[in-house]
Design a protein around this ligand. Sequence first.
Ligand code: DGJ
Length: 738
Amino acid sequence: MKYNLRSTLFRLLLLIALVSGSSWVLKAKDKKPLVIPLESKNNALALQVNANGDLAMIYFGKKLADVNEYAAVPGAYKQTSDYTGELNAAYSSSGSRNLVEPAITVTHADGDNSLALKYVNHTLTDVKAGVKLLKVQLKDPAYPFEVTLYYQVFTNEDVIEQWSEIRHQEKGNVVLHKFASANLHLKGKEFWLKQYHGDWAKEMQPEEAKLTHGIKTLDSKLGTRANLFQPSVFMISMDKPATEDEGSVLYGALEYSGNFRVDLEVDYQDNLRIIAGINNYASPYTLKANEVFTTPAFLYTFSDQGKGAASRKLQNWARDYKLLDGKGNRLTLLNNWEATYFDFNESKLAELLKDTKRLGVDLFLLDDGWFANKYPRNGDTQGLGDWAENKQKLPNGISSLVKEAKNNEVKFGIWIEPEMVSPKSELYEKHPDWVVKEDKREEYYFRNQLVLDLSNAKVQDFVYGVVDGLFTKNPDLAYIKWDCNAVIYNAHSATLKNQSHFYIEYMRGLYKVLERIRKKYPTVPMMLCSGGGGRVDYAALQYFTEYWPSDNTDPVERIFIQWEYSYFYPAISSSNHVTDWGKQPIKFRTDVAMMGKLGFDIVVSKLGEHELQFCKDAISTYNKLKPVIYQGDQYRLANPKEGNVAAMLYVDKEKAKGVLFNYLVSSRYDEGSKLPIKLKGLDPSKKYKFKEVNVYPGTSSSIDEGAVYSGDFLMKIGFNPQLSLSRTSVVLQIEEAR
Ligand code: DGJ
């Protein structure tokens, strides 16, 4: 088929212009390349259609004052020649001119492996106030194969969500070997990658290094609990490593809970190509004619004022648009996991419900161990999948506990792990074909369990039924902790026709279940837990109100872990529990947990008089401070990785109220806050006063509550929380002095 770009374009765009009245029309007679600028409050991404119809990304960064000048950007660079003319493609294909890492690779119905994508048209529409959507249509001139690129821009937050839709009308199936969500092209002198790695109890360990030429890949092949070793979140500093308040930095994350892949390629021209999407590992996808393959969104934001500003943009965006009930309230709770593990019965729980009330939290959360009869769940070796109350432990069922909670004027929540099955379970015995396993191979377990095959619609119904059944029987159930402890070994479905689709269909199945749950139960709070923080991402957080960062609740460790999560996720979504991990006193543990969504997992009856009094007071203080912790702007003031002090500040949008958390993270002789801590985000012309909260009973604060300081002083000189070896954790309430 001969492709006449100009006449096709002209006809198509004329049609669009006539139908939609769109002003985004390429004038066919115009010889200059078409530039498509996509601007947000501070930033811009500019695409350009070159003379031969290729769509290129010519700019990403700070918005220019004159929108017409994006066209001049490419001319300002004198880098080595681009032999392909496609190095900066907005969505690189493979098998034709491209010589570098592709965003998409296909085998056509006729066996041909080449793909070239040419611009057809684009539209820019307002989705709602502050959100616009750019849609760019690309088509292969040689095959009836199309890709639509979507760029959803959140103007005030400077956030872009980018995804693509792939379809064809070929005579037969097309195999997609790679199918990225986004393909960015950045220019800079140097590129510094901040990435994360981890394991159980060691989530979000940061590493920062300069990217060298070639490809660096961040990925997961774990199927479920996909972030166990590595999450998809990352930062790219341009020119030099950005600090908290200085430098140009891009944050990226894939909105996906399964296998992901992010390729970061510094090409021979010294530019950075970022290609992010579902991991194509073991997943060639057979696409039927007219079937649409929609990729998950790749999310990114950019700041030229350092990592702090970028994270505040992302946190605002999350609360406004993504996180379930991001602007709402959260429930404080008492969890029994570490208090009892699997060893509980009705009378023990009755006591814990009384403790919940005594402590003053909103809800009691019953953890693992309440179910299964043939193979009672008295340890982690059996029973998963058999979601009936264990008759020995709970002869009167969950409903009596929900009632008992009501009698104690607290709410009741429950733990489930509905995607999983124990080999020793009635569920496995009844439905061996529902289990992810390779019949020809020996079963291999992660935490003594296997994963249910969510690609199977019957399994989806079952998993949905676990949640629906609990709510139907117990309409007052107020909270779900959804756990997911195993990764996928022997990825194989007994029912799926094409095993290469398994990883993708698993995730589609999971999201279908979550969608159904949220349709029927739109607001009930749910915690996203995965043996700690093995699954934290913005696809899942559309269905969950909070996540569990780590089973490691040692407060010193948590300062570091929560610190790193805070770059990407707002405090309201971070479930922080006070437990018996670590050697720190209860005050230190509570202060650290208060930096997000507060909960407890301790034996309340073992607390001393002062300890209990402290916790009760802290909870009532927290209830007063939580609006600013949940909705305020977060400023990282002193980085525990760079010194002995950690300080984190939350300031409300009016700059009238704040909370400042300070910790000493070293126990060496004579350590303390030797220097004042410079505050940020205040109004220089306002006056502020400080009050120490969470003061331990029997001790007094050394902070002068009468002193008044200007915002100017506090941001230039700072405030000293007076941390010392005898004051290792200090929480300060800040208020405008009127
Ligand atoms: C792993 C979770 O991270 C813990 O909080 C707890 O719920 C256990 N699973 C229960 O088995």
